[in-house]
Design a protein around this ligand. Sequence first.
Ligand SMILES: Cc1cc2nc3c(=O)[nH]c(=O)nc-3n(C[C@H](O)[C@H](O)[C@H](O)COP(=O)(O)OP(=O)(O)OC[C@H]3O[C@@H](n4cnc5c(N)ncnc54)[C@H](O)[C@@H]3O)c2cc1C
Length: 370
Amino acid sequence: MGLHWGMEPLSQLVPEYILARIQEAQVDPHVPTKETDRVRFLNGQTGELIKEIDSSKFYRLRRDKLRRLLLTDMEDGVEIHWGRTVEGIEYSSDGQTVTCRFAEGGSDTGLALMATDGPHSTLRSLLLLDGVAATTTPIDYAATMCLTRHTREHALFLRSPPHHPLYQAAPHPKGYCAWLSLLDGDDKEHPENWTFFHYISWKEGRDEINPRRTLQEHVAHIKTLGSEFVDPWCSVFAWMPDDCQQVTYAKMHHWDPSLPEHRWDNHQGRVTLAGDAAHPMTPQRGQGLNHAIQDAFTLCQAIQNFWPHRRDPSFMDARHAAISRYEAEMIERTGAEVRLSAQTAVAMHDWSKLMESPSFKRGLHVEQQS
Ligand SMILES: Cc1cc2nc3c(=O)[nH]c(=O)nc-3n(C[C@H](O)[C@H](O)[C@H](O)COP(=O)(O)OP(=O)(O)OC[C@H]3O[C@@H](n4cnc5c(N)ncnc54)[C@H](O)[C@@H]3O)c2cc1C
């Protein structure tokens, strides 16, 4: 995942000595991160450079390594219980507490619940009660995403000039959009152990039933689309085995938290949503993680506001006010981003609209940050 402007809120949440090790969490810890970077978009048919977008320091992070890094020294005061799936919530009648029930059995009670259970959030469904309102909205695009390894020679080729060693994107005049990035380059001396992440997305009506049902059919389809691209996409898809198992086909979805029918009750500030649970968005602008970190920062400020009052009679009002303020800022900021990301998805698959893409016109930054 690409972390760029989200580094600023992250640096206010995480101790400096941990952040100083962020390089360890990169997909390739051996490639130093430049102070500023440019994300390149190539014409997928000709290889011509279409646009370079300025970015602040652009970290390509691996989720498992980032999680490990953030857990450094976490035993000091924070308890983490892995492998618990929330399936229900209950509220105490005195307005004080919220209880989570877990599918594995048992429950936990606390003063506030921050629901960060991802794009298909169970908690979002529980909060909205109306299952339809909580469900993500499909848009008219689909993608097949692949994880692959290659021979030493091929892996080196995929990362050698003129190709970017870490990531590159290519809209194609026929209405496809391709991405290739490194996922795991830890083993510097053995390129055959590197893992690459690559996908192609294309226009596919939200109600259209994809005729390809088996994994092999999806692989065959994506290899055919890949053959229409220049390198490195042409090669990475051609070298992918026909029986590749690390392949996911998905329709693209999003959920705009600013729609009136998406407004949830935070039960006097006892429960709220953050991250993809609050604002799943299409990936072409690479913003979801950055906003999730900004949410964590603003939520942290909200908790700092009400926590000192936890033994006061005014506690419930203070919590309600702080969480409602967090939600107002988060919903405005991320609702706008969900819409911009959807516009970007449309522009990236329509050559006539490409230069109008919000990413091309505005870059990767957000305009309003608290
Ligand atoms: C192809 C692709 C590329 C992307 N690239 C970028 C990028 O370059 N930059 C960027 O900023 N963003 C990017 N994103 C978006 C980014 O991955 C997400 O925004 C980010 O992971 C959101 O983090 P999250 O913690 O909110 O949700 P998630 O990462 O989805 O984590 C949710 C967690 O909740 C757990 N969970 C689910 N249900 C329950 C339950 N009932 N009870 C308990 N736990 C539960 C899950 O197991 C998971 O661990 C990309 C996304 C995709 C699909």
